[in-house]
Design a protein around this ligand. Structure first.
Ligand SMILES: Nc1nc2c(c(=O)[nH]1)N[C@@H](CN(C=O)c1ccc(C(=O)N[C@@H](CCC(=O)O)C(=O)O)cc1)CN2
Length: 300
C-alpha cells in the first residue's frame, strides 16, 4: 500500500478563504474588524518565519494585523508591559506570544498575563479548562489543525484507537482531549512509555509530536493507519550540497508511506494548518468579545 498524502497546504488555503468570508461579514454586518497582535522576542530564524507568516496571513484575510519584534535582551517586565497594553487595546482581539522565549523570560508568567478572552493560542488555564469541558472558545492551533485534517479523512472516528506521542501543553495534551471528544480510544505515549513500537502498532490514528527527527519507524505503523506528523525538525542534507539542510517530521515518512492509509508530509502538512487555525481562533475571540456567536462551520 502507498499512503495518500494529506495536503495540509491546500486545506489551509481553503480554510483561509472561508475565514476571509467571515471577516468580511463581520466588517459589513457588525462593523467589526478582528485584530491579532503577534509578538516575537529574539531572532530565532524559524520563529521569525512563523511570525512573519502569521502577521502577513492575518492581513491577507482582511483582519487588523500588528507585529511586535522585541530584542533578544528584552526583560520579562518589558514583555509583560506590552501584553498589558495589548490586553487593553480594543483593536486587538487576539494576542500571540511566539514560543520559545529567551531564558530570562518565564513563559508561564507571560501566558498568565494574557487576557483570557484574547488567548488565541488556548494556553491560559481558563481556555484549557473550556476546551476540556467542551465550551465554545478557541482551540489550540496545532491540535485543531490536526483534528480538521483527521475529520476530513473519516466519516466518524468513534471507537478508533488513537495514539498521541508527546505530552506537551502545546500539542499532546490538547490533541488527546480533541480525540476523546471524537470518541476515539486515546493512548498518550511519551518518553517513559514502555514498548512504544507496540503501542503505535495498535493505532488506527497516529499523531506524532515528540520533536525528534524520524523517531517513529515505518514498520511500527499499522497497515492502513492515518498518520499525522506534527514534528518539524531541520536536519543536514548533504545530498542538496555542502551545508544544506531540509525539514523532516517525527515520522520516517518514506517507511510510513509504504504502509499507512494516509499521511501528512513535512513540510506542507500540519504546519500551514497551525497558522490558518490561529486566524480562525481570532475570528472566534473577536466574535465572543463582541457578544456574537462564533462561526461553527469554520473549524467543524
Ligand atoms: N505561541 C506559539 N508558539 C509556537 C506555536 C504556537 O502554536 N503558538 N507553534 C510552534 C511553531 N509554529 C507556530 O508558531 C509553526 C510551525 C510550523 C509552521 C509551518 O508553516 N511550517 C511549514 C514549514 C515552514 C518552514 O519552511 O520552516 C510546513 O510545515 O509546511 C507554522 C507554524 C512553536 N511555537
Amino acid at each position: 500500500m502507498t499512503a495518500r498524502i494529506i495536503d495540509g497546504k491546500a486545506f489551509a488555503e481553503d480554510l483561509r478563504g472561508r475565514i476571509a468570508g467571515h471577516v468580511n461579514r463581520l466588517k459589513t454586518d457588525h462593523q467589526l474588524t478582528p485584530g491579532l497582535a503577534v509578538v516575537i522576542v529574539g531572532h530565532d530564524p524559524a520563529s521569525q518565519v512563523y511570525v512573519t507568516n502569521k502577521a502577513r496571513q492575518t492581513a491577507e484575510v482582511g483582519m487588523h494585523s500588528e507585529k511586535y519584534e522585541l530584542p533578544e535582551t528584552t526583560s520579562e517586565a518589558e514583555l509583560l508591559g506590552l501584553i498589558t497594553r495589548l490586553n487593553a487595546d480594543p483593536k486587538i482581539h487576539g494576542i500571540l506570544v511566539q514560543l520559545p522565549l529567551p531564558a530570562q523570560i518565564d513563559p508561564t508568567r507571560v501566558i498568565l498575563a494574557i487576557a483570557p478572552e484574547k488567548d488565541v493560542d488556548c494556553f491560559t488555564p481558563g481556555s484549557v479548562g473550556r476546551l476540556a469541558i467542551g465550551l465554545p472558545g478557541p482551540v489550540s492551533c496545532t491540535p485543531l489543525g490536526c483534528l480538521m485534517l483527521l475529520r476530513n479523512e473519516f466519516e466518524s472516528m468513534a471507537g478508533l484507537d488513537a495514539v498521541v506521542i508527546g505530552r506537551s501543553n502545546l500539542v499532546g495534551k490538547p490533541m488527546a482531549q480533541l480525540l476523546l471528544r471524537e470518541n476515539c480510544t486515546v493512548t498518550m505515549a511519551h518518553s517513559r512509555t514502555r514498548d512504544l513500537a507496540e503501542v503505535v502498532r495498535r493505532a488506527d490514528i497516529v499523531v506524532a509530536a515528540v520533536g525528534r527527527a524520524k523517531m517513529i519507524a515505518g514498520e511500527w505503523i499499522k497497515p492502513g493507519a492515518t498518520v499525522i506528523d506534527v514534528g518539524i525538525n531541520r536536519i543536514d542534507a548533504p545530498e542538496k550540497g555542502p551545508g544544506k539542510t531540509r525539514l523532516v517530521g517525527d515520522v520516517d515518512f518514506e517507511g510510513a508511506k509504504a504502509v499507512a492509509g494516509a499521511i501528512t508530509p513535512v513540510p506542507g502538512g500540519v504546519g500551514p494548518m497551525t497558522i490558518a487555525c490561529l486566524l480562525a481562533n481570532t475570528v472566534t475571540t473577536a466574535s465572543l468579545i463582541n457578544g456574537l456567536t462564533p462561526p461553527r462551520d469554520l473549524t467543524a
